[in-house]
Write a protein that binds this ligand. Structure first.
Ligand code: SAM
Length: 121
């Protein structure tokens, strides 16, 4: 992964992700349905393989609270930068960022703690 990240950028504000936000079909999209988002139901979601954050962004744009876990330090850094740019964009983007919590580490290590927190909540 290290050698291929040079030109990679996480961009929630322009391009395909922003287009999907405008014209993607909302809760009718397959991912949203699969995650159980429907009228009156907005679950919290853990994206255990965050990558470029596109799936997490979609779910957060539909109202879900999303915890993103990314193992790669480089990908995590790209996500931090992309999320910061989106926050600076303000408005809807900032609101979506408020629903996204990013963690760095291996999901195998972090998930047990997250489940324990959820049970205690
Ligand atoms: C195919 S990408 C995911 C794409 C993502 N769904 C999106 O919307 O952009 C897979 C990512 O998961 C991360 N990953 C794989 N195994 C992981 C693990 N056990 N814990 C955390 N992140 C992991 C990889 O570093 C990689 O960035």
């Amino acid at each position: 992964m290290k050698q291929s990240l040079g030109k990679l950028r996480v961009d929630f504000v322009c391009g395909a992700v922003a287009h999907r936000l405008r014209f993607g079909g909302g809760r009718g999209q397959a991912l949203a349905k699969a995650m159980g988002l429907r009228a009156g139901k907005t679950p919290s979601v853990i994206d255990a393989t965050a990558g470029l954050g596109r799936d997490s962004f979609l779910l957060a744009s539909l109202g879900a609270q999303v915890t993103l876990i990314e193992r790669s330090e480089q990908m995590h850094t790209l996500l931090v930068q992309g999320m910061e740019r989106a926050r600076q964009e303000g408005g809807e983007f900032s609101e979506i960022m408020d629903r996204m919590t990013l963690l760095q580490g291996d999901a195998k290590d972090l998930l047990p703690g997250l489940f324990a927190e959820a049970i205690l909540d």
